[in-house]
Design a protein around this ligand. Sequence first.
Ligand code: C5P
Length: 211
Amino acid sequence: MAQKPVVIGVAGGSGSGKTSVTKAIYEHFKGHSILMLEQDYYYKDQSHLPFEERLKTNYDHPLAFDNDLLLKHIQKLLKHESIDKPIYDYTMHTRSNEIIVVEPKEVIILEGILILEDERLRNMMDIKLYVDTDADLRIIRRLLRDIKERGRSIDSVIEQYVNVVRPMHNQFIEPTKRYADVIIPEGGHNHVAIDLMVTKIQTILEQKSFL
Ligand code: C5P
């Protein structure tokens, strides 16, 4: 019987650099069997709501995510079955009509602000990482990214950060640090931490005879 794939969780606040860490690990194993699963793609479908209503949603609260679907998809991937991964549209604040068919792989990197908050997700992970970056760097990165890539204005990013992102980070995201096996300061620039993670993943894969 085929071995169970390895699941690595990468959590951390918005703008912490968790995507950079995920991509660095992904790039390292690119020639092998690896996939990325972003929790953001599993925001609840809001297509039934008018756009104005969708603007009011708290996207930093655990209830904003369809973790049941995410969990179901991970369970399928662990059984070596493919999934229909949803696609999320940040400009429309809802799921797009399209999906991506994702084939099962030996390594699954699960990335998202609140992936360590749900015990069911935590229980599926072989390694849990938390990317820990100072709030000033996180807001600067978020501001630049949201204006460039997510169609936002400076005012809207600042308003959302102060009223929602910051309090939710303190209430729900930061406390999940306690569940991490490893806390990585400064995200993608931390080459030592990334090398250590790559070595650890390699060891697990060797033990499972994947390499
Ligand atoms: O990529 P990142 O981890 O920053 O994505 C999570 C962030 O996306 C959350 O902090 C949330 O505020 C933001 N978001 C948003 N609008 C949406 C969905 C998520 O601003 N429609």
